[in-house]
Design a protein around this ligand. Structure first.
Ligand code: AMP
Length: 399
């Protein structure tokens, strides 16, 4: 069985074709500048086929999907002989609200429910819906499954997801903590249990997804019980360009003083804040490391803040779960930055965490980076959201 995994953004579309017998990615790629002009980079991973990396006209997502299918099935760049070999499509969908606590097969009622969730993710869900519709238009009635970033966190108890504002805003309007990166937290926590050789039901885990966007999740017995992102992905930790937790009074103050509209204000908080805003250098942790090494104090402050916040939020989850068996690092920063992991783990002395320097220097593999006698284990697990989407799709369509 071969499953196409699609992650559609407003002007981009990432894809992977996965052979489910081996769980191997047989082709992957990225469409960019959809609706502007269009560019496709398609990389076949088997059969010694050529990489395609050229402009392709993509007025809408439908042309992007058509170009992807064309390349997947072509003589020169292809990995399958026809579209019929693609058994199903799994779509990443950002927001499933309270309607979706797990992945679902897409039908008309699901599409209607996705539309209802759109006000919660006005930038992301419309792009995801467009991607699904484009696939339908190009691929006909191939079965499709939606996998939600929010679904894993639907197990959070009311005490964790409720905001302390008048309750009717939750009841009437759905204002609550939803959390994001659920597919990633789910993947790495399950993998961590495998690596520990223990049933996940018996483990208390803290997963630190640290990339451009960052969130932490407390996972007790395999279930998300708390997470740092909220109603939107803006809050929690300071991120690449997002502010993380912020007193709402600051918003009022800045809007009054500088006459910002709410859109301008949110643009600042989403795109110009986080480690970029504090450092004035970059949102990329590699640039911050380099600047800090040269003595840039604001770059160092941004890094110090990030480490501090990860440690502080993770510490609060130790309290929430009354213990922790393992801490997991994943995503761009978590998987690649030995220094960031070390700086965060320096805060965990009280937990009896001890890091094995040699293991912490390795890259690109699932690895335990704590010493054998470390009381709490620490793992680096490269995340694989596409594989979770493909597995869910396979399970749901009954392959
Ligand atoms: P992601 O959102 O998971 O793709 O992560 C992207 C981020 O990972 C980039 O913006 C970088 O800040 C970070 N990153 C990637 N490689 C490294 C590295 N070697 N050291 C530090 N940060 C890295």
């Amino acid at each position: 069985m071969k499953i196409l995994v699609i992650n559609a953004g407003s002007s981009s579309l990432k894809y992977q074709l996965i052979d489910m017998e081996t769980e191997q990615v047989i082709a992957k790629g990225l469409c960019e500048r959809i609706g502007i002009d269009g560019h496709l980079k398609h990389t076949p991973m088997i059969g010694g086929k050529s990489v395609f990396n050229e402009d392709v006209a993509m007025p809408t997502h439908a042309e992007a999907i058509a170009a992807v299918i064309d390349k997947l099935t072509s003589e020169e760049y292809g990995v399958v002989s026809s579209m019929k070999e693609i058994d199903a499509v799994g779509h990443r969908v950002v927001h499933g609200g309270e309607k979706f606590a797990c992945s679902v097969k897409i039908d008309d009622s699901v599409m209607a429910a996705l539309e209802e969730c759109t006000p919660f993710a006005p930038l992301h869900n419309p792009a995801n819906i467009t991607g699904i519709n484009a696939c339908k238009a190009v691929m006909g009635d191939v079965p499709m499954v939606a996998v939600f970033d929010t679904a894993f966190h639907q197990t959070m108890p009311g005490k964790a997801f409720t905001y302390a504002i008048p309750y009717e805003y939750y009841k009437n309007d759905g204002i609550r903590r939803y959390g994001f990166h659920g597919t990633s937290h789910r993947y790495v926590s399950a993998r961590c249990a495998e690596l520990m050789g223990k049933p996940i039901e018996e483990l208390k885990l803290i997963s630190c997804h640290m990339g451009n966007g960052s969130s932490i999740c407390a996972i007790d017995g395999g279930k998300s019980v708390d997470t740092s992102m909220g109603f939107t992905p803006l809050v929690g930790l300071p991120m690449g360009t997002r502010c993380g937790d912020l007193d709402a009074g600051v918003i009022q103050f800045l809007m009054n003083k500088y006459g910002f509209s709410i859109d301008e204000m949110l643009n600042i908080l989403n795109k110009k804040s986080g480690v970029l805003g504090v450092s004035g250098v970059s949102s990329d942790f590699r640039d911050l490391d380099a600047a800090a090494e040269k003595g840039d104090e604001r770059a160092q402050l941004a890094l110090d803040m990030f480490h501090y916040w990860v440690a502080k939020v993770a510490g609060s989850y130790v309290a929430a779960m009354n213990g922790v068996d393992a801490i997991i690092f994943t995503a761009g920063v978590g998987e690649n930055s030995r220094e960031t992991r070390q700086a965060i783990c320096d805060y965990f002395g009280y937990l009896g965490v001890a890091i094995d320097q040699e293991a912490n220097s390795k890259r690109g593999e699932d690895i335990m980076i704590s010493t054998p006698d470390s009381k709490v284990k620490v793992f680096v697990i490269p995340t694989n959201e596409e594989l979770v989407i493909a597995r869910d799709t396979k399970d749901i369509i009954g392959g």
